[in-house]
Design a protein around this ligand. Structure first.
Ligand code: NAP
Length: 259
């Protein structure tokens, strides 16, 4: 299917690896020029070079921490005009409800709620002015089904979800859509980090930890960054203009709900 977005320009945050990279590659596959971001310049440059060579699109790579004001200023200054925004950042660490103090909550809220909101505030006006724009926020399955040990993530992402629900309806009359894409378990470094937590907590092997988690997924496997990215690319496509303020769950059926 032609997604109808060839030649548009996307900012994909936190995209040198994992789900962000999947989104960047799928948009590049659709002919979209990219502004990519991550903190580590070396990995980011490697991924940017791979995408330029593979898909023949223009890629601007900006090494910066997207959760800070300075990082966002640097990225936005290099980005210029943007038609499509994909927000993403690393997820907060796991722990117990009693572990976290104000600083921990503020770090999680900065990274997973206020950073995407600041990027939307910066880029929505020009999208609305041109009468076309797409925003996809990478959030988490924890928005629909909270994960007990990820209390910081549950809290910060719930805040972003509430903000998007209202804002998406305010910008939709201008041809701009905002939606959230909710990953369940996907095969990325983040999944390895969470599996390592299970290995330590239960004293089992990595293979057994992964088998245990796969058994909780009706699809009996982890998702891949590329299938996640292609769903994101569709949500950014010409065809998804009637999708407004939705929370799209990609979890292989793991969350046992009707809606
Ligand atoms: P990942 O494989 O660890 O990749 C994270 C990417 O983000 C890397 O490119 C990393 O590069 C970049 N990054 C991290 N913090 C950043 C920052 N402050 N500024 C700029 N770039 C940053 O993670 P992932 O699995 O793709 O996860 C992406 C998001 O989805 C996370 O918020 C995660 O919590 C959420 N999620 C993932 C899963 C899953 O199963 N994978 C499930 C639910 C939710 P640098 O380190 O070089 O900056």
């Amino acid at each position: 299917m032609d997604l109808g977005i060839k030649g548009k320009r996307a900012l994909v945050c936190a995209s040198s690896k994992g789900l962000g990279r999947g989104c960047a590659e799928a948009l590049a596959e659709a002919g979209v020029d990219l502004v990519m971001n991550a903190r580590t310049a070396e990995t980011l440059e490697e991924t940017a070079a791979h995408i330029r060579e593979t898909y023949g699109v223009q890629v601007t790579a900006v090494a910066a921490d997207i959760t800070t004001d300075e990082g966002r200023e640097k990225v936005l200054a290099a980005a210029g005009h943007i038609d499509i925004l994909v927000t993403n950042a690393g997820g907060p660490p796991p722990g117990q409800w009693i572990d976290w103090d104000r600083d921990d909550f503020m770090a999680a809220i900065d990274a997973n709620m206020l950073a995407p909101i600041a990027l939307m505030k910066a880029l929505l006006p020009s999208m609305m002015e041109q009468g076309w724009g797409r925003v996809v926020n990478i959030t988490s399955v924890s928005v629909k089904a909270p994960i007990p040990q990820l209390g910081l993530s549950n809290a910060a992402r719930a805040g972003l979800t509430g903000y998007v629900a209202g804002t998406a309806r305010q910008v939709a009359p201008h041809g701009v859509t905002i939606n959230n894409l909710l990953p369940g378990i996907h095969a990325t470094d983040r999944a390895v980090a969470l599996d390592t937590g299970v290995v330590k907590a239960q004293g089992i092997s990595m293979e057994d930890a992964q088998k245990q988690r796969e058994a909780t997924i009706p699809a009996r496997r982890y998702g891949t960054p590329m299938e996640f990215g292609r769903t994101c690319a569709f949500m950014c496509s010409e065809h998804a203009g009637f999708m407004v303020g939705q929370n799209i769950l990609l979890d292989g059926g793991a969350t046992n709900t009707v809606m």
